[in-house]
Design a protein around this ligand. Sequence first.
Ligand code: ZN
Length: 76
Amino acid sequence: MPNAQFPIPNPKNFMQNTAEYYCAYCGEPNLTFIDLSAGGQQSYVEDCQVCCNPNILYVRVDEDTLDIEIDTESES
Ligand SMILES: [Zn+2]
């Protein structure tokens, strides 16, 4: 087994950098990239990829499971 020492890619770890949220304006799902090194609570504005309106994203990362939750709010 010459490849035995290579770490096996964990699909869950791979997925942790992206999360889905629903646009506060049009309700369509958007994919966003989460910088996990930025902390367990983040908020930033991102334009919807469908209707281009600015969503305020409130991102929470569970420190134990690294599950990502996103709440969205319209900017106006
Ligand atoms: Zn939208």
